[in-house]
Design a protein around this ligand. Structure first.
Ligand code: NAD
Length: 273
């Protein structure tokens, strides 16, 4: 079965499972993204700060895959906030990617110490109207930072936030659900830094003859999250997209939900500026 698509609150569709390139070495990005496209991914998540947009762009171009069959996200870095500056940053990203438009453009972090996320966000619909991006959204805006965004009346299509079984964003989920904002789960596997194989997930994986990573990916999909696990390894890339021939039971889903313990594996948005 192929990757399902979800419909965003702006009517656009997005492949629910994609491939992320955080920490993918720019020198290796073209090869790694080419592998990902060959094993079947059509949704690539990058960011200006990853420094690998050029490699992503070369892989997309050389793949020969039609632009309308690809979904590409990039993100505005923290030092380019503000209305005029963010437009220049988006145009630079498009040049590096070799694209006329991205499918989704995100504010990468709320950067509370800069106090300019709202001003930046209010410029984003103009980028959509100008055809530079199809959809607009935010990243790392949790329950502390979303209300100011929602107060603008411009509703993000997605919020890309750290989310995995031990850190499920319990305080932020209701705001997202109430506003029909899709969750994009970053670090969906805990960035490989949590021993999920030794939890209930390991037992569930054994029962299904799947890996712990495949079980977590299924959990995200069944909870309605969009995700793009990262791997430099072609076999793992293939494994991570081979998740459409089994389903977790409600009991299995509940035992994964029960792993919540508030344990982030990465930065608190309050501290990123
Ligand atoms: P991830 O949870 O996808 O973990 C990736 C790591 O998990 C790999 O490096 C590898 O060590 C391990 N792994 C992957 N597949 C495996 C498998 N089948 N078996 C065993 N181990 C496996 O973490 P991530 O890369 O940080 O997150 C995914 C994507 O989310 C990123 O590449 C990026 O696109 C995005 N992201 C966004 C933000 C943000 O601030 N918006 C932050 C981090 C990541």
């Amino acid at each position: 079965m192929s990757v399902p698509t979800l419909t965003l609150n702006d009517g656009k569709t997005i492949p629910q499972l994609g491939f992320g390139v955080f920490k993918v070495d720019p020198a290796e990005t073209e090869r790694i993204v080419t592998d990902a496209l060959e094993v079947g991914y059509r949704h690539i998540d990058t960011a200006a700060v990853y420094g690998n947009e050029e490699g992503v762009g070369r892989a997309l171009k050389n793949s020969g895959i039609a632009r309308e069959d690809l979904f590409v996200t990039t993100k505005l870095w923290n030092d380019r906030h503000g209305a005029a500056e963010s437009r220049r940053a988006l145009e630079e990203s498009l040049t590096k990617l070799g694209l006329d438009y991205v499918d989704l453009y995100l504010i990468h972090w709320p950067t509370p110490a800069q106090n300019n996320a709202v001003e930046t966000w209010e410029a984003f619909p103009g980028y959509r109207d100008a055809g530079l991006t199809r959809s607009i959204g935010v990243s790392n805006f949790d329950y502390r930072y979303l209300p100011a965004i929602l107060d603008t009346g411009i509703i993000p299509a997605v919020d890309q936030i750290e989310l995995h079984p031990q850190f499920q964003q319990i305080d932020t989920r209701p705001l997202l659900a109430d506003n029909d904002i899709k969750i994009e789960a970053w670090g969906p596997l805990g960035q490989g830094n949590v021993d999920y194989a030794s939890t209930a997930i390991g037992e569930i994986a054994a029962a299904h003859g799947k890996s712990w990573a495949q079980v977590i990916i299924r959990w995200h999909l069944q909870r309605g999250h969009i995700l793009f696990p990262k791997s430099n390894n072609r076999e793992r890339m293939a494994q991570n997209i081979d998740v459409f021939d089994f389903e977790l039971t409600e009991n299995e889903m509940a035992s994964i939900d029960a792993l919540e313990n508030g344990g982030r594996v990465s930065a608190d948005p309050a501290e990123v500026n």
